[in-house]
Design a protein around this ligand. Structure first.
Ligand code: PMP
Ligand code: GLN
Length: 378
């Protein structure tokens, strides 16, 4: 047979987590917490199962959860999404991203992404016959040069994918970035996929700049979110996306045959849990404390860094330690020193290697202390 994705191997997250397990290494590679979700939430899901919510949910998700999400948008961003027509519950953010791209990208359409980029965008673009236009974020703060973006926009540009707070760099878009994006897409048919899975993990008093805050931008955007990141249960794979009615109607045409609906008892539990805003409002401080705990402990190491501005990832520059390439160094660090991370070059065009590794700090403080002890020996 002829592969539809001939240049694609296994995702780096599977590769590094497997290597970590094989060598019994501390796993700061794949992004997931090593602590439990709130027992209250687990209880709500268990109760939903015991109360018989075990058959198919409605195709777009249970209304109670969509209403709770609409209330959250209203509370945080004073932005209205109609639960009936503008919000759909998905199997994690990944399935939302997959269906958005499938619903809109045709053969030879161009899709702009920013690199280093989360690794699921490009395969979906390719599977739909689209062409990825990767624009490099600028060192040292992983910022966007909007002039460069402007130069890449042409009549074939179908979609722009943005991600703030950004995985893997930990950078965030400013209000000005969003205004520039709004300006560049105004009066075009370009669809914006705004991957906001880390919206509740943003540090140092910064405000998350959701695409829904900018009316013209909102009119062409899908906002994508993930409960896994927010409530420490990445294994439940429940997320959602929001968009204006006409865009959402196209999305649902694909979603209904891609998965039809997602986990019913988890939706029921989340709907009740989401009604209490403190469950997500306290998350930024929780992760800022973890970031600071980790960075204080490696302050005198030979790694160079700018503190992450959002997400639960911290990138570290190891160029003072060795000149070996980042994939080799990440593997050696796992095998010889017992600490797994993600090499940034795998998210870059042409595997551009700036000698940077990504570390996930969604871990207990004792795990972070052990990881710091290893980093300090290098
Ligand atoms: N987008 C980004 C930027 C992510 O980091 C992740 C999770 N790694 C996803 C999407 C996918 O989220 P989910 O696990 O909910 O599918
Ligand atoms: N989003 C997580 C990360 O960036 C991992 C997701 C996955 O394993 N596909 O590490």
């Amino acid at each position: 047979y002829q592969s539809k994705l001939p240049n694609l191997g296994t995702t780096i997250f599977t590769v590094m987590s497997a290597l970590a397990a094989k060598h019994n290494a501390i796993n700061l590679s794949q992004g997931f917490p090593d602590f439990e979700s709130d027992p209250k939430l687990i209880d709500l899901v268990a109760k939903a199962m015991q109360s018989g919510y075990n058959q198919y949910a409605p195709m777009a998700g249970i209304l109670e959860l969509r209403e709770a999400i609409a209330n959250k948008f209203d509370l945080l961003y004073q932005s209205t999404y109609h639960p009936e027509t503008e919000i759909t519950i998905t199997a994690g953010a990944t399935q939302a991203i997959s269906c958005i791209i499938s619903a809109f990208v045709r053969r030879n359409d161009e899709v702009i992404i920013f690199r280093p980029a989360y690794d699921c965008y490009e395969p979906f673009i390719e599977l739909n016959g689209g062409k990825t236009i990767g624009i490099q974020l600028q060192s040292p703060h992983y910022t966007v040069n909007w002039q460069t973006v402007k130069q890449h926009i042409n009549p074939r540009t179908k979609m722009i994918i943005v991600n703030t707070p950004q995985n893997p760099s930990g950078s965030v878009f400013s209000k000005n970035d969003m205004l520039q994006l709004q300006e560049l897409t105004k009066d075009t048919d370009i669809i914006v996929l705004s991957d906001e899975v880390y919206e509740h993990i943003i540090f140092d008093g910064e405000q998350h700049q959701s695409a829904c805050l900018f009316p013209d931008l909102k009119s062409r955007s899908f906002v994508v979110a993930s409960f896994g990141k927010t409530f420490h249960n990445t294994g439940w794979k429940v997320g959602y996306c929001c968009a204006p009615r006409e865009l959402m109607a196209e999305f649902r045409k694909v979603h209904q045959f891609n998965v039809f609906c997602v986990n019913h008892p988890v939706q029921k539990g989340l709907a009740a849990y989401l009604k209490e805003p403190s469950h997500y409002l306290e998350l930024s401080q929780f992760y800022q404390d973890k970031r600071d705990y980790f960075l204080e402990r490696i302050a005198s190491s030979r790694f160079k860094f700018e503190p992450s501005k959002g997400t639960y990832f911290q990138v570290l520059d190891y160029s003072e330690i060795t000149q070996e390439n980042d994939v080799e160094f990440a593997k050696r660090l796992t095998i010889e020193s017992g600490l797994a991370s993600i090499p940034l070059s795998v998210f870059n065009t042409n595997n551009l290697d700036n000698h940077v590794l990504r570390f996930c700090f969604a871990k207990s403080n004792s795990t972070l202390q052990q990881a710091a002890d290893i980093l300090n020996t290098l």
